[in-house]
Design a protein around this ligand. Structure first.
Ligand code: AMP
Ligand code: MN
Ligand code: MN
Ligand code: MN
Length: 273
């Protein structure tokens, strides 16, 4: 069974519609899929029951938060997308996103780029604006050659477009997921580039907030990373989750369902569903 519990549609910064994402997941033999768009559950309003085909869909979301000055992501799985508390949290996150986009646009304008706000708003096409929308705009106007360079020069850590303020706290984001009846999963723990002792501090706070799972496998990763994350999950009494963090088709190394299997001897986040 392939459980891909972390993917993005064009309701946030992915490029496929939720329906096309489901079709691609089915083609790639995914059995259970969660669409976990950034700070929104809009994808679930765009899917009808008959678009799921052979794929079981688990409602999910990826919430942005800040912990110790760093951008951290918490995935909520098996949530009720209609939960009032969650919807209120999402409204708060979306307004933070809009204000952050205005700040990013101002900062980029200050360093000589024509005000990108309107173009980025159009590009997002109703989705909450994220840095990838800015990145693709910077590529299109020829300021950088690709999205990677856009993050390296303008949007990544310590760069003008790295504006983290405004997200709900770790406690708040986890509590919205719990109020929606879901399981809170710490997303892609290896991507934060934290030392093991710092990551353990984050996990202390995450567990205290009510977090119950760790994304032990996120996309293509080295077996040593999987082992390290599985050991951390065991230490903290967390179950394991897996996902591709898929955003765009056409990349050989990134597709729905394409990631190493979780270790056999670890509790899975879906065991209790
Ligand atoms: P935001 O939600 O605005 O904070 O943007 C975060 C998103 O940007 C992530 O979910 C990724 O999709 C994307 N991202 C972050 N870092 C990079 C990078 N170095 N290169 C390409 N995309 C990135
Ligand atoms: Mn993303
Ligand atoms: Mn993420
Ligand atoms: Mn993601």
């Amino acid at each position: 069974m392939i459980f891909d519990l972390h993917t993005h549609s064009d309701s946030s910064d992915g490029s496929l519609t939720p329906t096309d994402l489901l079709s691609l997941a089915a083609e790639n033999s995914v059995n259970v899929l969660s669409i976990t768009d950034h700070d929104t559950v809009a994808a679930y309003d765009r899917i009808s029951d008959d678009s799921c085909g052979t794929v079981a869909l688990i409602p999910g979301i990826e919430l942005s938060t800040t912990w110790s000055g760093r951008g951290i992501h918490v995935v909520g799985l098996n949530i009720d997308p209609t939960s009032i508390e969650l919807r209120r949290g999402i409204e708060q996150q979306q307004s933070a996103r809009y204000i952050r986009a205005q700040t990013i646009a101002k900062r980029l304008t200050r360093i000589g780029i024509d005000d990108p706000f309107d173009a980025v708003l159009t590009r997002a096409n109703g989705a909450g604006i994220g840095r990838p929308h800015f990145a693709r705009h910077l590529v299109e106007i020829g300021v950088v050659k690709d999205v990677r360079s856009a993050f390296r020069k303008y949007l990544g850590p310590g760069k003008p477009g790295d504006v983290k303020s405004g997200w709900g706290s770790l406690d708040e984001t986890v509590s919205w997921i719990l109020c929606a009846g879901g399981t809170a999963v710490l997303a892609h723990p290896a991507k934060y580039k934290l030392t093991t002792s710092k990551l353990r501090l984050l996990l202390d706070d995450f567990v205290a907030a009510g977090g119950r799972a760790l994304e032990v496998v996120s996309g293509q990763q080295d077996p040593s990373v999987t082992r390290r994350m599985a050991n951390l999950a065991r230490d903290f009494g967390l179950s394991a989750s897996s996902g591709s963090d898929f955003h765009h088709p056409g990349l050989a190394w990134s597709a729905p369902g394409r990631f190493p299997a979780l270790p056999a001897d670890i509790g899975k986040v879906w065991d209790s569903w």
